[in-house]
Structure formats: C-alpha cells, structure tokens
Design a protein around this ligand. Structure first.
Ligand code: SF4
Length: 114
C-alpha cells in the first residue's frame, strides 16, 4: 500500500515538474514572439517626450547622456538584449516598448547585456 502511494506521489511530482517546464517554455516563447514582433518594419519611432520614454530616460542619441547616468560608453540600444534589430539597424523594436521603434544609437536606463 505504501509502495503504491509513493509511486503515485512520484508520478504527481513528475507531472507538476513537466507542467512547470511547459509553462516556462510557453512564457519564453511568448516573450520571443514579442521581441520578434517588436522588430517589425513600419513601427512609429518612440518620441523622447513620451511619458514612458521619459520614465526610462530614453534618448535617441546615447552620446548625449550624462556620464553619471551612463558610465559605460559602450551601451546602446543596438547591443541591448531587448533590442529586436541587428547591430546595423538604425531603428528597431524594443521588447519593453511594444509598438514603437527605438534608435540603434539610443539608450535607456533599462539597458541589459545580451
Ligand atoms: S531596453 Fe534596451 S533597446 Fe529598449 S530602449 Fe532601453 S536600451 Fe534601448
């Protein structure tokens, strides 16, 4: 009896682990789709005066950012993990700014390493 119960608990634990993996994969897939969609052509450019842009301290020209805010001079949108374009794209989508394009030479305070 104990053996059967232990076997059921192992199966239930395996099922839970499987569902967690599937859920995680689905979440990653959704994030990936958002990043891919953000790179679509024809997106309107993010306005620096947009409230979200202001909150993130986003600018089109990263070289204009004060050194105290951006001490690492190599950080640009084009090399940010959230940028949907390639390093040669002048403008592309950003995963945290859906529906808008940001400048490849831009920057914001959320910059993340690839
Ligand atoms: S998150 Fe990255 S790509 Fe998006 S605006 Fe900020 S620095 Fe640019």
């Amino acid at each position: 009896m104990k053996k059967a119960r232990a076997s059921q608990e192992v199966k239930a634990a395996s099922r839970r682990q499987f569902l967690k993996c599937v859920g995680g994969a689905a979440a990653l897939s959704t994030f990936g789709m958002q990043v891919a969609n953000a790179g679509a052509e024809g997106l309107p450019r993010l306005d620096e005066s947009d409230p979200t842009a202001i909150a993130l301290k986003y600018v089109h020209d990263a070289s204009a950012v004060a050194e105290t805010l951006r001490p690492d001079k190599d950080r640009y949108c084009f090399n940010c993990a959230l940028y949907a374009g390639s390093e040669t794209d002048d403008w592309a989508g950003c995963a945290i700014l859906p529906g808008k394009a940001v400048a490849g030479r831009g920057w914001c305070s959320v910059w993340a390493a690839k």
